[in-house]
Design a protein around this ligand. Sequence first.
Ligand SMILES: Nc1ncnc2c1ncn2[C@@H]1O[C@H](COP(=O)(O)OP(=O)(O)O)[C@@H](O)[C@H]1O
Ligand SMILES: [Mg+2]
Length: 145
Amino acid sequence: MEKVVQTLAEFEAEAARFAGSFVRHKEVATLITLSGELGAGKTSFTRSVAKALGVEETVTSPTFVLEKIYLLPPGKNFKRLIHIDAYRLEKGSTLAPLGFDELMQDAGNLILLEWPERVDEVLPAPAKKISFLVSPNGARTISYD
Ligand SMILES: Nc1ncnc2c1ncn2[C@@H]1O[C@H](COP(=O)(O)OP(=O)(O)O)[C@@H](O)[C@H]1O
Ligand SMILES: [Mg+2]
């Protein structure tokens, strides 16, 4: 599925729609990968998903800390939103230092991962792959597969 949005407000609305649309895995965490060049909207998308799921803290880019974990309010499909940015990892790195394998074992975890290309050799199959493409006029094409 593909969606073209023009403004940041439309982009945020699309992320919120997505946040309400997916089903939780029963056995393992739900992994969603976010691809696209710097500034394409991966972090903004995560911020809007977090907001839609009830996170009140400000979601900032985890580029330097690599990983941030947000607790979700009770009554949601998930217990935690985990935001990982693999940008600073070298191609072929593992996610072991982030405790990724353990995080994947908990079905209460929703994991949004930026720059999956850096770690694709060690990544389990994601539930959803999302990619973001910026047009010269600033519009974003969001593709889901
Ligand atoms: N239509 C739009 N959709 C998404 N982001 C937009 C849009 N227009 C402008 N922006 C801006 O583009 C930037 C996207 O940055 P960010 O989400 O950090 O990208 P990434 O994480 O992919 O590097 C933000 O500063 C955001 O405000
Ligand atoms: Mg980012």
